[in-house]
Design a binder for this molecule. Structure first.
Ligand SMILES: *[C@@H]1O[C@H](CO)[C@@H](O)[C@H](O)[C@H]1NC(C)=O
Ligand SMILES: *[C@@H]1O[C@H](CO)[C@@H](O)[C@H](O)[C@H]1NC(C)=O
Ligand SMILES: *[C@@H]1O[C@H](CO)[C@@H](O)[C@H](O)[C@H]1NC(C)=O
Ligand SMILES: *[C@@H]1O[C@H](CO)[C@@H](O)[C@H](O)[C@H]1NC(C)=O
Ligand SMILES: *[C@@H]1O[C@H](CO)[C@@H](O)[C@H](O)[C@H]1NC(C)=O
Length: 384
């Protein structure tokens, strides 16, 4: 099951004592609602005594953290966060910006600072979090979309649903939509109309590409790429046309050392909980040098002088090969084309012939022997 989630962050105010404590962290605003994929900034202001005795206070370290480890770990050192967060810190305030929000970002965010004073450390606590979630469930024929919120924890919120920007009638947390109606749905919590969830929709028709784009040489690396706009993100399947078998379940189908048997037409399918779309066909033609040609002589066996003789040559090649016929010991080709016909063969034309198949990838030849026996009438002459 795929979850599509939208977060709402609640950052609670720190209880600030009546006497303006010397050490404090104050979060403002105390509640932040945000959707998955969006960017949120959590702010706080913090205080500490400027001196202790004669020693000026200096802040050595300040950071944000979430996990309740024994030792708080700076989010900047958390691989889940480090590329998505920025700190903006002054002497009295700190901003934590998280972009591309994920469901797992639901957590309690706290700010901590450490000074040069003995025991001069402080954490603003509590600092809480979370949740609006849209969960997409799919059955055979219908899809259930669910919008959930704990943004307002006191009374259950009402919901506003949109299909292609148009407000829908439903106000329940779950709605059921047809799998085939091509809608784009989003929701918001009533009273937070500005905070709209991203739309969920079935995949758009996928586009496909082949890299490299030109001629594909046997043995080379070829990548077929499928791409479809979809939310939730599509899952991809690659198939070969004549053999409907699945060749890849990744967005990219990689043929690391392509064979001529990999030639053919391929297509991909993009699927998510709201539907499925199939791409057009993409053609992969693997080029290769001619294979050793097969050659034959008709008629076979001994050939009577004066007969009609056909030499045939055939080679598997891509692109298709052209053919040249040579006689052993002669420079110039006797003929071009797959078949070489000699209408009235002479005894002196006996010998080895070879056929050369050639295309842009290379060439290859095979030899055939033509056995001519002298005709009755001029036998004497022929053996001279
Ligand atoms: C696949 O195609 C998509 C859309 O054209 C593109 O964004 C993506 O970078 C491509 N991936 C690769 C590995 O080429
Ligand atoms: C389809 O291709 C796969 C692998 O390319 C092969 O294992 C399978 O036997 C083929 N099926 C048919 C019906 O040709
Ligand atoms: C060559 O001859 C064969 C029969 O021997 C025939 O089937 C084929 O079509 C011929 N090819 C060409 C290009 O003439
Ligand atoms: C055969 O093909 C090769 C490569 O494509 C080309 O260089 C050559 O001239 C062709 N020969 C004939 C006889 O058409
Ligand atoms: C025929 O092919 C062989 C190797 O496959 C090559 O050594 C030979 O030179 C070729 N003959 C001609 C006449 O091209």
């Amino acid at each position: 099951m795929f979850l599509f989630l939208i977060n709402i962050f609640d950052v609670f105010c720190v209880a600030v004592g009546k006497d303006e404590p010397a050490w404090s962290v104050k979060y403002d605003p105390s509640q932040i609602c945000a959707f998955i994929g969006s960017t949120v900034t959590i702010k706080c202001s913090y205080k500490y005594p400027s001196k202790r005795g004669k020693k000026e206070t200096e802040v050595k370290t300040r950071f944000w953290f979430t996990k309740n480890n024994r030792v708080p770990v700076d989010l900047k050192k958390d691989s889940d966060y480090k590329d998505r967060i920025t700190y903006d810190v002054t002497k009295s305030s700190s901003f934590l910006t998280i972009k591309d929000l994920k469901q797992r970002d639901s957590a309690e965010y706290k700010f901590r600072f450490i000074t040069n004073q003995p025991d001069g450390e402080f954490t603003g606590s509590p600092g809480v979090t979370l949740t609006v979630l849209v969960q997409v469930r799919r059955s055979e024929t219908q899809t259930e979309l669910k919008c959930e919120s704990s943004c307002d924890q006191i009374k259950p919120p009402s919901y506003v649903w949109f299909n292609k920007e148009k407000k829908m009638k439903q106000q329940t947390s779950s709605i059921v939509v047809s799998v085939r109606d091509g809608g784009r749905y989003s929701c918001s919590v009533k009273g937070h109309d500005d905070l709209r969830s991203p739309s969920v929709y079935a995949p758009r028709p996928p586009s496909v590409s082949v890299t490299p784009s030109g001629e594909i040489m046997e043995g080379s690396l070829v990548t077929l790429n499928c791409s479809s706009d979809a939310n939730p993100a599509a899952k991809y399947t690659w198939r070969k046309k004549n053999n409907q078998s699945v060749v890849s379940k990744d967005q990219q189908f990689i043929l690391s050392s392509i064979l001529s048997s990999d030639s053919g037409q391929y297509y991909c399918t993009a699927q998510n909980q709201l539907g499925e779309k199939t791409s057009g066909l993409v053609s992969v033609q693997v080029t290769y040098a001619p294979r050793p040609p097969s050659v034959s002589v008709t008629p076979s066996g001994e050939i009577m002088e004066g007969s009609l003789v056909t030499l045939s040559c055939s080679s598997d090649a891509n692109p298709a090969a052209n053919y040249s016929w040579y006689k052993e010991g002669e420079e110039a080709p006797k003929a071009s084309g797959q078949n070489f016909t000699i209408t009235n063969i002479l005894f002196k034309q006996r010998g080895n012939y070879y056929c050369e198949a050639q295309n842009s990838r290379g060439r290859c030849n095979s030899t055939v022997t033509v056995n001519v026996v002298a005709g009755k009438s001029d036998r004497g002459h022929s053996y001279n």
